[in-house]
Design a protein around this ligand. Structure first.
Ligand code: HEM
Length: 356
């Protein structure tokens, strides 16, 4: 009996080992790196090139712009047409970067184009590879997924697929629903991207003005600071799509302000405050959905393991110096705002993000 049990146990272990080997299949590329699929090997030289020569291994402006570019390309789909996450914003740059919502993105497209020309990769695959690799330079970020196999884009997206900061919450939620059946919770999760972000054009007199006090860290400060009472304009006063922010040197979009205060999204918004696990998992899941919009996923190869694991963040969210719970405009009616410490010292102002 004991022998029978032991042999049964051994065969279970053997079966598990076989299954395990099948799950974590590994390929060693000629460059020495290891990945799960030989087709992903071509990405390693591209990654080395863009990390050194485009991003300079930092979470700076080119990373922020590359992340923004993934959104403006992918959201180009819906009831009025468009191919979604197909790289059309690069292929049809002259059309799509002239749409009002995407003005300024020609700069990052022009930065990316020589790298695409140099390497054997479609614009769509490159654009989303660059987004994920760039974000891996931001401390606290999730390791974002990468899929390859997108064919060349054949047509530009129509205008008016990208939400504007002066759009209403109704229209923003409707646009995301139309583009990819994103729920209001997924819309909030996608806006975690504004934790590594700045605006060049909302107030053109102060380019590089961040949306939170830590624009090179993928933390939850964006969700804290957008909930604080706005008291000032960082530049020349109110511009279209801009509302008052709580800190010198920080800009607040009207859309972020309203999503933080709307009854459909406020509790979700607040739930990200000081929840580093949530910002990582929820953003990663919503982003994974975004980057395959319009694609036949059966034709795509999962190369996510080529993405470096970002540095972890071990700092709790805080109220900026001089501010506290009394400055919170509580919008979630069911859960109180989390308890946070206030940064020590006098009130500070946020430095602009330098151009790459
Ligand atoms: C309601 C939806 C959204 C609106 C209205 C919006 C609007 C904006 C605006 C107005 C800017 C500043 C552009 C400039 O003046 O230079 C910006 C920047 C940015 N957005 Fe969004 N956005 C939205 C959603 C998203 C999503 C879903 C992502 C990514 C997943 C994203 C990523 C970024 C990034 C990374 C930047 C910073 C770019 C930089 O620092 O150069 N945004 N967004």
């Amino acid at each position: 009996m004991a022998f029978k049990t032991l042999s049964a146990l051994i065969s279970v272990v053997a079966a598990l080992q076989v299954a395990n080997a099948a799950i974590i299949k590994r390929v060693t590329c000629s460059t020495g790196q290891v990945t799960s699929n030989a087709a992903c090997c071509t990405l390693f030289p591209i990654i080395d090139d863009i990390q050194t020569n485009m991003f300079e291994n930092e979470c700076g402006e080119d990373v922020h712009e590359s992340l923004r570019l993934t959104f403006h390309d992918a959201i180009g789909i819906g009831s009025n047409g468009g191919g979604g996450a197909d790289g059309s914003i690069i292929v049809f740059e002259d059309i799509e970067t002239n749409f009002h919502a995407s003005l300024g993105l020609d700069e990052i497209v022009d930065t990316q184009k020589p790298f695409i020309a140099k390497h054997n990769i479609t614009p769509g695959d490159f654009l989303y590879l660059a987004g994920a690799i760039g974000v891996s330079n931001c401390q606290g970020a999730p390791q974002l997924p990468v899929f390859i196999g997108r064919p060349n884009a054949t047509a530009p997206a129509p205008d008016l697929t990208v939400p504007e900061p002066f759009d209403t919450v109704d229209s923003i939620l409707a646009r995301f629903d139309d583009a990819g059946k994103f729920t209001p919770a997924e819309v909030v999760a996608l806006l975690a991207s504004h934790t590594v972000a700045a605006a060049d054009r909302v107030d053109p007199t102060i380019p590089g003005t961040p949306f939170d006090s830590t624009p090179s860290v993928f933390d939850t400060q964006f969700f804290v600071e957008t909930q604080l009472r706005g008291t000032l304009f960082p530049g020349n006063g109110s511009n279209q799509g801009e509302v008052e922010s709580p800190l010198q040197g920080e800009i607040r979009l009207q859309s972020d302000s309203e999503l933080a205060r709307d009854s459909r999204t406020a509790c979700e918004w607040q739930s990200f405050v000081n929840n580093q696990d949530k910002i990582q998992t929820a953003f990663k899941a919503a982003y994974a959905k975004m980057i395959v919009l319009g694609q036949n996923t059966q034709n795509l190869i999962d190369c996510s393991d080529v993405v470096p694991v970002p540095k972890t963040l071990n700092k709790a969210a805080t109220f900026p110096a001089g501010l506290g719970i009394q400055d919170v405009e509580q919008a979630c009616s069911t859960t109180p705002f989390p308890t946070l410490a206030t940064d020590p010292g006098p009130v500070t102002s946020v430095a602009p993000v330098p151009p790459s």
